[in-house]
Design a protein around this ligand. Sequence first.
Ligand code: SF4
Length: 260
Amino acid sequence: MMLLGFFGHSNSGKTTLIDRLVGRYRRRGLSVAVLKHTAHRGFELDSEGTDSWRHGKAGAAAVGLLAEGRAALLLHRLPRQRRPRPGATGAVPDDAASLVRLVGEAVSPDILFLEGFKHAALEKVAVGDIGSLPGTVLRVDPASRRSVAAMERFIDRRLLVQRVADRLPGIDCGRCGLDCARFAAAVADRRRRPEQCVNLSDIRLSVRVDGEELRLGRFPREVVASALLGLVSPLKLPRAAGGRARASRRIRRVEIRLER
Ligand code: SF4
């Protein structure tokens, strides 16, 4: 999932830009989700007097609504809500991070745009005439076609990098001379080839179902292998015999047996 934030003054054109991008990537068959931060205190998504509104007022932590293939989840309490310290680094702040996780689990979008999460420590696009904030990777002038086209090219490339990164083990072993994120960018720019990730190229993967070997093409083999390596990455393993440091331990064989 690729995350990208947008911030700007009100009426700067953020929502129109995001809607344009949603349409663009939907037409390409991608799934796109949007999270919007609102500065309005005490806003209500629910109508006063409805059953769901009453459940919330009664103290329910969350109230869900489901009707005709659409669903809404009103969270009346987030895990922790605190303003990030100015200049804080790390992932998006806790309140946004919990929403990002929920959206990821609910719809697994290819792209998640966040509108107005100014203080989130994620890559952001500054829209219109506003000063840069930490994480600003691009400025866009919605009134300029050229500027909007440059933004779309930027996002197209970010998507490509994300797609490569999703196929890598994500364990940052450094054996290619880079970390996984830089390696993914190098593959997207055709400076490296995916098979130069030694953790993918070395792999011999066999999957047997009821004793019969599955014939896996290169892409599914890489996806299965990178998912398994990510799952059992060295940091999740107990200390190897002889007390070898976990981080330098190289996984040689993974055996998983599933029976029912
Ligand atoms: S060799 Fe593969 S797993 Fe290791 S850092 Fe490079 S891309 Fe990541």
